[in-house]
Ligand binder design. Structure first.
Ligand code: 5CA
Ligand code: ZN
Length: 409
C-alpha cells in the first residue's frame, strides 16, 4: 500500500535532546537510546469510518516522537499497518450494504488525506493486513508446529501459556484481562479454549466472508494481533524502539503481539518501549466508531477549519491524558494560531534561541506539548507587547514550530 506525501521537516540550529517517554510495560519513564536509525511501529486504523479526533490525537503523539528523533539527527524507520480485513469492517460493510474492499479503500484514502493535511510524517512502509497474509501464514504454522498454537474447530488459537512473559506489557490481573478481552475483539467464553484469553491467530473461512489460502491452516483470514507482529517483524525486526497506539491497545493487542513475537523468536521484548496515548472523548464518552460519537478531521476540513488549528488543538493536551473534545478546544486553537501567525509575520522580534531550546526540552520530557505551546505563547506575547530587534527571529520560530510540532505558520 502507498502512504501519503511527506511534508518537509526544516533542520534547526544545534541538536535536539534524547527522548524520555513513558513505557507502559515498566510503568515508568525510559530514556530511549535508538541507533542512527530509530525504529517505530504505530498501529494503524481499521478503515471502516473516517479519521476522528481520537485517532488524530494518537497519531499526533507518535509524529512528535519522530520529530524529536529527527531533531537529534537520527533517521527514522517508521512502519504502520492498515487493518483492512477484520470483523468490524466486515460488519459495517454488511450493515451499509456495500462491498468491504471498497469501504476499506475509501476510508484509507480519506485517512491519507487527513494525515497529509495535518502534516503527519508518513511511514516508509504502510502495509495492509490483506497484503501481509502471505507472511502471516508461515508464522502461524510455526507457532502451531512449536506447540504455541492449537486448533479448535478449524480455527487456530495462540496459547498464552506459551509465553513466560505473558502479562508484562499491560500488567493487568486475570479478571481485568478477561473483561477487556471480551470488550476488545476476543472470545473468552468460547468453549474448548485452553485459556479463555487465548486469541485467534487464523480464523477458518466463514460463509459469506472473504478468505485466503492459508496453506496447512486451510482457507481463512488472519487474527488481529498476528497481523501487526508479522508486519513489524518483517520491516523492523525484533527489539525496535517504540510500539505505539492508543491506551485501548495495551491489552489485548500489544500484550498478545509481544507474546506472539516472544514465542516466535525466543526474544523479549518486541519493542523497547510500549507507548500509549490517552483517549479522546466526546460528550463524556470515548470517541469511537462503534458508538458513533465522533468529530471527524475531514468534516472540520470541509467546514473550512485550518488543519494547523486542528493540530494545535491536539497539541494543547498531553498525549497521555484522557481529554474531551469541545468547540471551545477548537476555538482556543484557532485563536492561538492567529496570535502565532501575527507574531511571526514581522521581520524581527525577541530572541528565539532560548525558545527553541524550551520546545526541545518540553518535548524530550515525555512529549510535553502543552509546555511547548506555553513557551511559544510567551514569545508571541512578548512580540506583540514590545517586539524585538533580532533579525530573523520570527523565521527561526516558524521553522522550530514546523519541525518540532508539525504546525505550518
Ligand atoms: N487497526 C487497529 C490497530 S492495529 C485499531 O485499533 N484501529 S482503530 O481504527 O480502532 O484505531 C486506530 C488508533 O486510534 C489506535 O491506536 C487506537 O488506540 C486509537 N484510538 C481509537 N479511538 C481513540 C480515541 N477515542 N482517542 C484516542 N485514540 C484513539
Ligand atoms: Zn496493531
Amino acid at each position: 500500500m502507498h502512504a501519503w506525501p511527506a511534508s518537509e521537516v526544516p533542520a534547526l540550529p544545534g541538536k535536539g535532546r534524547d527522548l524520555r517517554i513513558h513505557d507502559t510495560a515498566t510503568d515508568g519513564l525510559v530514556t530511549l537510546a535508538p541507533g542512527p536509525v530509530a525504529r517505530i511501529y504505530v498501529c494503524g486504523i481499521t478503515p471502516y469510518d473516517a479519521t476522528h479526533m481520537g485517532h488524530a490525537a494518537t497519531y499526533n503523539a507518535f509524529d512528535l516522537v519522530q520529530r524529536v528523533w529527527l531533531d537529534t539527527k537520527r533517521q527514522v524507520h517508521y512502519v504502520q499497518n492498515v487493518t483492512d480485513v477484520d470483523d468490524p469492517l466486515l460488519e459495517r460493510a454488511v450493515r451499509d450494504g456495500i462491498d468491504w474492499e471498497g469501504l476499506a479503500e475509501r476510508e484509507t484514502a480519506l485517512f491519507r488525506e487527513d494525515m497529509t493535511a495535518l502534516r503527519m510524517l508518513p511511514p516508509q512502509h504502510y502495509v495492509g493486513a490483506v497484503e501481509a497474509i502471505p507472511g502471516i501464514v508461515p508464522l502461524v504454522e510455526r507457532l502451531r508446529d512449536s506447540g504455541a498454537a492449537y486448533e479448535l474447530e478449524g480455527d487456530t488459537y495462540f496459547s498464552v501459556e506459551a509465553d513466560p512473559h505473558f502479562g508484562s506489557v499491560s500488567n493487568l490481573d486475570a479478571a481485568a484481562m478477561r473483561l477487556l478481552s471480551a470488550e476488545r475483539g476476543g472470545d473468552p467464553d468460547r468453549p474448548g479454549k485452553k485459556n479463555p484469553l487465548d486469541p485467534m491467530l487464523w480464523m477458518a473461512a466463514r460463509d459469506g466472508e472473504p478468505s485466503w489460502d492459508g496453506g496447512s491452516l486451510g482457507r481463512g483470514r488472519p487474527g488481529w494481533h498476528i497481523e501487526c507482529v508479522a508486519i513489524a517483524l518483517d520491516h523492523l525486526g525484533m527489539g525496535f524502539d517504540v510500539q505505539g497506539g492508543g491506551s485501548d491497545l495495551a491489552f489485548p493487542h500489544h500484550e498478545m503481539g509481544a507474546s506472539h513475537a516472544q514465542a516466535l523468536t525466543g526474544e523479549f521484548p518486541m519493542a523497547k518501549a510500549y507507548v500509549h496515548a490517552g483517549m479522546v472523548a466526546l460528550d463524556g464518552e470515548k470517541m469511537s466508531k462503534s458508538k458513533g460519537n465522533l468529530v471527524f478531521v475531514s468534516q472540520l476540513r470541509r467546514d473550512g477549519v485550518d488543519p494547523a488549528a486542528i493540530r494545535l488543538a491536539l497539541l494543547a493536551h498531553h498525549y497521555r491524558a484522557d481529554w474531551e473534545w469541545t468547540d471551545q478546544v477548537l476555538a482556543d486553537a484557532v485563536a492561538r494560531l492567529d496570535r502565532w501567525r501575527a507574531a511571526v509575520s514581522r521581520p524581527d522580534g525577541p530572541p528565539a534561541e532560548a525558545l527553541v531550546e524550551e520546545i526541545r526540552a518540553a518535548l524530550a520530557d515525555d512529549l510535553d506539548a502543552p509546555a511547548a505551546l506555553a513557551a511559544v505563547d510567551r514569545w508571541a506575547a512578548r512580540q506583540s507587547a514590545e517586539g524585538g530587534t533580532d533579525d530573523g527571529a520570527p523565521g527561526v520560530v516558524s521553522r522550530a514550530v514546523d519541525a518540532l510540532l508539525g504546525v505550518a505558520l
